[in-house]
Design a protein around this ligand. Structure first.
Ligand SMILES: [Zn+2]
Length: 104
């Protein structure tokens, strides 16, 4: 009972629709039991709780990327091309050379 499960932690406020009447409602994105839920309460139809992300940690990472926004997406693109391999390879070589220098 005291392990923190069942605690609802507000992560973000958003807007969502009532699935029954389509009314725009204030919605809470909350973390509960390690999952992320979208909770909104319609004054007529009551509370609706929908699974938003099945993994709260994944959601936090996603939020980080979203905050960085387009910078992350444009940065990500070249990684799919050959350039990334060259960069990674040269970085590894530099690292190894650095290691040899410090050990001798
Ligand atoms: Zn409703």
């Amino acid at each position: 009972m005291l392990d923190g499960h069942g605690e609802r932690m507000l992560m973000k406020k958003t807007k969502s629709l009532c699935p029954t009447c389509g009314r725009v409602l204030d919605a809470d994105i909350v973390e509960e039991e390690g999952k992320v839920w979208l909770v909104r309460t319609c004054p007529v139809h009551g509370e609706y709780k929908a699974l938003y992300w099945s993994d709260a940690d994944m959601y936090r990472k996603f939020e980080e990327y979203e905050r960085i926004g387009r910078g992350w997406q444009t940065h990500r693109r070249p990684l799919l091309q050959q350039g990334a391999q060259t960069t990674a390879a040269s970085a590894r070589t530099t690292g190894r050379r650095h290691c040899l220098q410090t050990s001798t």
